[in-house]
Design a protein around this ligand. Structure first.
Ligand code: G6P
Length: 612
């Protein structure tokens, strides 16, 4: 979702800003813009990609050492040149970029119109810009104070950066509910929505907290205060992010690179936490909350999108192994449906980005009811990671492709560790079973490597189905969330309609869709409900559906019925999601490439959904 970049220092701002926008492209956006100060504020912006902005700017020479830039994912007002950010104030003496939503913008706008202000765009952002200018002029206060007063009148979420003609050595930034990071270089500062545009210049960063305002000024130390005007001491952290992790490394797309990274990312998720020789599993981050977890009346897992699918695997795992009741909730529903939350509930937020607005709001709600809040996040230092009482990072490394792949398997890995750990301390698992499972988990990265060898086979299957309009994905037990995730991947990046269903539920509806053109992907691995799934396969076959089956290596029964079978190595039933997901990721990837879709930045989607 929207991306922010800002620079102030002695270098030319333009190349740093454009480069930063390219780094933030993965978040998803529909227009881009830039403002650089050189005597006057010069804004260039347009609908489309950052490369379109570069073309749009073409022969204009943009000189200046201070500027702001933005990628916009439309909320208020359609994606067009006018609504793109930055926005000038009415006098053109100020410019602003903004992520988030100002919920009371209409009321504020009406008041400003009454006072004679005019607006060029349909955005909430321009309202905030003019409010700041109005306060600055009418209350005769400095820029920083005007920003602070304006933000105290605002309801909603924001990360903003303000550029001012009269303050050529200063940028003013603030955040509430939308992330903002400040990079501190030698006589220069970088601002961004996440660390990706900053990492190549400096490792020293400060993550702004909610309702904090930052003043970056050339020749001065970074100053932070709260919206309520209380000074804060900036907490400088070292970035643990490498530049190579942000590049494609020879792959055609980030998504493919990330799919192929899974042997490594899964290993990194359990590295140092699992010791098969000693027969032990530890999650250092939640050690102090283990008793709370095993004594919890129930665990509620809140998440969105792919993370919700990982959470569903988590429910099966924790109930299966640790016998603690688990509920999995869409964060967006949970926060608005008046849920019953007890003080002895433990709420676990699962999120790749750690910034998803609905997930954040869900944990805020649970926190206000006294529940214990844990997080499973990928992005270090993200809002959810900082808001929770404790948690575990997934260590998948930066995920740039909008459609989540390695983050999913990393989340499932951490949930497996959690379930195993809870089962062990609660005594709901035998020593031999525990040992079998951790040994099996340790061998998963190797098996993922073997699973990835199906890539060419999956590509040839993709060729046969690239033009269909619908897909059905079916699985049972641990493979039901895998079916949901397979379907989500396909629709996200190829725009083919796909549905995931529990295989047995098929006869309560989806079976009506099956004809000789309907591809049905079955996850039909051995053990568990294998025999039952076989019956479901027969039901589809009888109706002439086209069957693509993910099977355990050596399976011959399904092969006789299915049109295509893809083999994955045998493993423990509860670890199958870590393997079975991979051919489905590859299937959607190849179909999307063949359909000429923008795999890494699918239309209308955003990597980090910072608005509700
Ligand atoms: C967006 C992304 C999905 C992701 C979901 C939840 O919709 O496109 O890939 O699963 O947000 O994001 P989170 O960062 O909380 O896991």
């Amino acid at each position: 979702m929207c991306g922010i970049v800002g620079y102030i220092g002695n270098r030319e701002a333009y190349p740093i800003l454009i480069n930063g926008l390219y780094r933030l492209e993965y978040r998803g956006y529909d227009s881009a813009g830039i403002a650089v100060l050189n005597d006057n504020i010069q804004i260039h912006k347009c609908k489309g990609k950052v490369s379109d902005l570069e073309k749009h700017i073409a022969n204009n020479k943009i000189i200046g050492n201070i500027g702001i830039a933005h990628t916009r994912w439309a909320t208020h007002g359609e994606p067009n040149d006018v609504n793109a950010h930055p926005h000038y104030s009415e006098s053109r003496e100020l410019a602003i970029i903004h992520n988030g939503i100002i919920e009371n913008y209409l009321t504020l706008k009406e008041e400003l119109i009454k006072r004679g202000h005019e607006f060029r765009s349909a955005t909430d952002t321009e309202v905030l810009m003019n409010l700041i200018e109005d306060i600055q002029k009418n209350e005769q206060v400095e820029l920083v104070e005007a920003v602070r007063i304006a933000l105290s009148q605002v309801i909603g979420a924001y990360a903003i950066v303000v550029l001012s003609k009269d303050n050529p050595n200063m940028l003013v930034a603030a955040r509430k509910g939308s992330p903002l990071v400040i990079g501190i270089g030698k006589d220069e500062f970088f601002l961004a929505s996440d660390a990706t545009p900053i990492v190549e210049y400096t490792q020293n960063v400060v993550y702004l907290n909610d309702e904090e305002l930052a003043v970056v000024q050339l020749g001065e130390e970074l100053k932070i205060k709260t919206i309520k005007n209380k000074d804060k001491i900036p907490y400088v952290q070292k970035l643990q992010l490498s530049l190579s992790a942000l590049e494609k490394g020879g792959y055609d797309h980030f998504m493919l690179k990330e799919i192929f990274e899974q042997p490594r990312s899964i290993r990194d998720s359990f590295r140092g936490r699992l010791n098969a020789r000693k027969g032990d599993v530890q999650l250092g981050g939640i050690i102090d909350y283990e008793q709370k977890l095993i004594n919890a009346k129930r665990i509620i897992i809140v998440a969105c999108g792919t993370s919700w699918h990982a959470a569903l695997v988590g429910e099966y795992l924790i109930e299966d192994l640790a016998r603690i009741p688990v509920e999995v909730e869409y964060a967006s529903e949970f926060r608005y449906r008046k849920p019953v939350i007890y003080e002895d509930d433990v709420v676990i937020a699962v999120s790749q980005s750690g910034e998803t607005a609905d997930t954040l709001a869900a944990i805020e709600l649970a926190k206000s009811r006294g529940a214990t809040i844990l997080g499973i996040c990928n992005v270090v230092g993200s809002s959810i990671a900082r808001m929770t009482d404790a948690g575990s990072y997934t260590h998948a490394g930066p995920e740039i492709g909008v459609a989540s792949t390695k983050a999913f398997t990393a989340q499932v890995t951490v949930l497996i560790l959690l379930a195993l750990r809870l089962a062990k301390i609660k005594g709901t698992i035998s020593t031999s079973r525990f040992y079998t499972l951790i040994t099996a988990l340790e061998s998963i990265p190797k098996k993922v490597e073997n699973t990835l060898k199906v890539n060419d086979q999956v590509k040839s299957i993709a060729e046969k189905f690239m033009d269909v309009r619908n897909f059905l994905y079916l699985g049972r037990g641990y493979n039901f969330p895998v079916a949901l995730e397979g379907a989500l991947k396909l629709k996200e990046i190829s725009y083919i309609h796909a549905e995931g269903y529990p295989a047995a539920e098929m006869k309560h509806g989806p079976i009506a869709l099956i004809d000789d053109e309907m591809p049905v992907v079955f996850i039909a691995t051995k053990k568990g409900t294998y025999e039952k799934v076989l019956s479901n396969i027969q039901e589809v076959k009888a109706r002439k559906g086209k069957i693509i089956a993910i099977v355990t290596k050596g399976d011959t029964t399904v092969k006789e019925v299915a049109d295509f079978t893809i083999e994955i190595p045998a493993t423990e039933e509860l670890l199958v999601p870590l393997l079975a997901t991979i051919p489905l990721q590859l299937l959607s990837y190849h179909i999307a490439v063949m359909r000429d879709c923008n795999v890494d930045q699918p239309r209308n989607l955003a990597k980090s959904v910072t608005v509700e």
